[in-house]
Design a protein around this ligand. Structure first.
Ligand code: HMG
Ligand code: MG
Length: 284
């Protein structure tokens, strides 16, 4: 059976947009449940400005409180050097810089143009490598942007090349608002694959329009073997209006299994974690 990895982003991307101030203890319990499910990487922290994303303010406490499982890397978002230093101090095992292929979302999300953001990321990537921490790169709005409309595939490829040149070991391609289709995702991947081989790419597809699983299938055909997902299908980005719902880990697991791939995950624990995550949501 072909191995496929699901990178669990629920404790970060799943929860970051929740209005309810979720207690750190609940977040720790979720991460601890996920730690036994077979993931190799779990994103559970984000060292961003608490004024921009209040929900992630307790990230250092989350990293301090979890019970670490051998073989699992606990990851954190780090938008700048301040975030990187805080992530290091908190014991993150890997960090991620996160840019955008569209100018409108870049400004809305990190208050910088794409060029400025890349300048800001370079020292973060450098410091991560000097300190022996793997650094991942995210690109948002790979097919569509809530501010600028359709994203040209070449724009994604250019940002991917820049993140590769900075030393990112993997680039995660974000359909931030879930408007990608198998056609637009396929075209985008063809452009990015001119810059990086499939084993260095991950699909990060939100399921807002219910097409994420199809988008994963087209990505599998292009050779991708890593997909980001959030248990319970929670989440979205506060700076991407209407971007509800990461694709649910349990749904990705089931689809991959049906297609003959092995994710190495324990389904019972995924369902337990998904129930926990859904219970953490703000009341409607
Ligand atoms: P800014 O306002 O331009 O930055 O924000 P600044 O340097 O002027 O700082 C403003 C304030 O934030 C200052 O505090 C700084 O100290 C503080 P004040 O003096 O006003 O009290 N600050 C920080 N505090 C804690 N940690 C830090 C930090 N940096 C500055 N690291 C900034 C620029 C990047 C900081 C801000 O725009 C920000 O935090 N943005 C993050 C937005 C975010 O987290 N979005 C969600 C994650 S991305 C996502 O979800 C997409 C993804 O899932 C993929 C996909 O789906 O597409 C990854
Ligand atoms: Mg996301």
């Amino acid at each position: 059976m072909t191995q496929v990895e699901i990178f669990e982003v629920g404790p970060r991307d799943g929860l970051q947009n929740e209005k309810r101030d979720i207690p750190v203890a609940e977040k720790i319990a979720l991460v601890d449940c996920l730690s036994g499910a077979g993931f190799r990487r779990i994103e559970c922290a984000s060292f961003v400005s608490p004024k921009w994303v209040p929900q992630m303010a307790g990230s250092a406490q989350v990293l301090a409180g979890i019970t670490r499982t051998k073989g699992v890397r606990y990851a954190a978002l780090t938008p700048n050097m301040r975030g990187f230093e805080d992530a290091m101090a908190a014991g993150a095992d890997e960090v991620a810089i996160f840019g955008s292929a569209s100018e409108g979302f870049s400004r809305a999300n990190i208050n910088a143009s794409i060029a400025e953001s890349l300048e800001r990321f370079a020292p973060v990537a450098q410091a991560a490598m000097e300190n022996g921490l793997p650094v991942r790169g995210y690109i948002s709005c790979v097919t569509d942007c809530p501010y600028d409309g359709a994203t040209p595939p070449g724009a994604v490829a250019r940002v991917a090349a820049a993140l590769r040149d900075m030393g990112c070991y993997e680039i995660s391609l974000g359909d931030t608002i879930g408007r990608g289709t198998p056609e637009s995702i396929g075209e985008m991947l063809d452009a990015v694959l001119e810059e990086l081989p499939a084993p260095r790419l991950a699909g990060h597809y939100h399921d807002t329009a219910g097409r994420a699983l199809e988008n994963i299938e087209v990505s599998l055909e292009k050779g991708l073997r890593v997909f980001d997902a959030a248990v319970g299908g929670l989440g979205g980005c506060p700076y991407a209006p209407g971007a509800a719902g990461n694709v649910a880990t349990e749904a990705v697991h089931d689809r991959l299994t049906a297609l003959g791939y092995d994710s190495g995950l324990n389904r019972d624990l995924l369902i337990r974690a998904a129930d926990m995550a859904r219970a953490m949501r703000s009341p409607a």
